[in-house]
Design a protein around this ligand. Structure first.
Ligand SMILES: [Zn+2]
Length: 469
């Protein structure tokens, strides 16, 4: 099956065909580092991490960029409130964010900071000015939305309406919907020089500047939470297509659903915001990840302790199954019933792949996993052996599950031990071959190098033993 992706722009599922064959360039709007990131962010970034993993699993070479907003009104206001600098605040909360991402195993290729890209931002604004989209007034440089004919195409709103109906903070703007590209300096605010005067970038412009720097002026996937569709992503399109003159700027727009807490929207006023670091104190990262993917990325998800506990139990069932398989004696002969089971596993692999190819339908893929574990458990009841072929296929299936959902294999330590043993045996065999050929120099080198890493070889008359020293 080919990969289908729901595109917010066309509002339908489309066959995924990247701009450059075999390569995917993906940009996801990251956090504003004025506070700890919460589990709503974790849900979105986990979703894109799994999307990233599935694309890589399918053989695409993926470049994933996630920006860090370290200058905007929220940053300035929070720094003022805390009596600190924007720089200190950004350092503190970006470090905390990276710690959260590390714990959750979310790994974009580039994390560009807005303040590290001021020259690139200025260049994009210059292009917009040259192309007739930007104008300067008393408090900054603005984007004239009436000049961009496609304004509203992502959020499916009429441009005329968007231009008219917005609460207007600066009456000097040409249209109420016009947004700031560059804000002139106010006392006490961080600022940078620019052709229009000292100031700082508006929020939206950094994404146009940084995506083009790392991914080019057109790329494949742009994502974020669905609260970003308007105005942020709408404005990003206007800026990028206005500046670079290429359409479409982005081929596939992907947006994640909201995360609610016990059926309520997460908000400061309700006091129900859960920072990622707090959630990690209570649940293992793999439990959180599995919980996030238990719902389709476009659907809302409800965060409740009992759901998390259920997820933990479900994951334990998979680990227990893995341990059970590892304990069975492997035999080469395959029974008739095992053949049926083998076909079941093969079908499960296909079903899993089809689910993921259908706009990353993770709940469907998970159902395949749990159903297979259930029927395998039943099949294995009372058995002490397993054919090597069946075990191999089950491992293939489980490896795919662990890899795609980014969940560590608990039995990894056992696997690593086995691997070390096998590698040592190979080295001993090679060394003995060399000794037979009287290449004692190289044989001794192997023995010495192995000793250096803590593996001691002892030659007896008939064999070579080894132990860790
Ligand atoms: Zn953005």
């Amino acid at each position: 099956m080919v990969l289908m992706i729901y595109n917010t722009m066309t509002q339908k599922k489309e066959v995924f065909k990247p701009l450059k064959e075999g390569e995917v360039r993906m940009y996801v709007c990251g956090p504003t580092v004025y506070d700890y990131s919460h589990i709503g962010h974790a849900r979105t970034y986990t979703a894109f991490d799994v999307i990233h993993r599935w694309l890589e699993f399918k053989g695409f070479k993926v470049t994933w960029v996630m920006n860090i907003t370290d200058i905007d009104d929220k940053m300035i206001n929070r720094a003022k409130k805390e009596g600190t600098t924007v720089f200190e605040l950004a350092t503190r909360f970006s470090q905390a964010f990276f710690k959260d991402m590390d714990a959750l195993g979310i790994k974009p290729d580039v994390f560009p900071f807005a303040t590290g890209h001021i020259p690139e931002i200025i260049e994009v604004i210059k292009k917009l000015e040259k192309n007739g989209y930007a104008y300067v007034i008393d408090d900054g440089v603005y984007f004239d939305v009436s000049k961009f004919k496609d304004y509203g195409k992502l959020s499916k709103q009429k441009r005329e309406e968007l231009i008219k109906h917005r609460i207007e903070p600066n009456p000097n703007k040409r249209n109420p919907g016009d947004f700031a590209l560059w804000k002139f300096k106010k006392p006490g605010e961080p600022s940078w020089p620019s052709p229009w005067g000292e100031g700082r970038p508006g929020w939206h412009i950094e994404c146009s500047a940084m995506s083009s720097k790392y991914l080019g002026e057109q790329f494949d996937i742009h994502g974020g939470g669905n609260d970003l569709i308007f105005p942020h992503h709408e404005n990003e399109i206007a800026q990028s297509e206005g500046a670079f003159g290429k359409k479409p700027w982005v081929k596939y727009w992907m947006h994640t659903g909201f995360l609610n807490i016990k059926g309520e929207k997460m908000s400061k006023s309700l006091g129900n915001i859960i920072p990622i670091k707090d959630a990690l104190q209570k649940w293992e990262p793999e439990v959180l990840r599995l919980f996030f993917v238990s719902k389709h990325y476009r659907s809302p998800i409800d965060f409740r302790e009992e759901y998390l506990n259920e997820t933990k139990e479900s994951l334990e069932r998979i680990y227990t199954f893995l341990e059970k398989i590892e304990k069975l004696k492997v035999v080469s002969k395959m029974e008739k019933q095992e053949k049926e089971m083998l076909n079941k596993v093969k079908k499960a692999i296909k079903d899993f792949e089809n689910a993921m190819d259908d706009d990353f339908n993770t709940p469907k893929a998970l159902a395949v996993v749990f159903n297979l574990v259930k029927s395998m458990n039943k099949f294995l009841e009372g058995r002490t052996t397993i054919s090597s072929k069946l075990k191999e296929e089950i491992n293939k299936f489980l490896c795919m599950f662990f890899y795609v959902f980014g969940i560590p294999k608990k039995g990894r330590k056992i696997v690593e031990k086995e691997l070390v043993e096998k590698l040592v045996e190979i080295l001993i065999e090679v060394r003995n071959e060399l000794r037979k050929k009287k290449d004692f120099g190289l044989a001794d080198k192997i023995r010495k190098k192995m000793k250096d890493v803590g593996i001691l070889l002892e030659d007896t008359l008939t064999s070579t033993e080894w132990k860790l020293c």
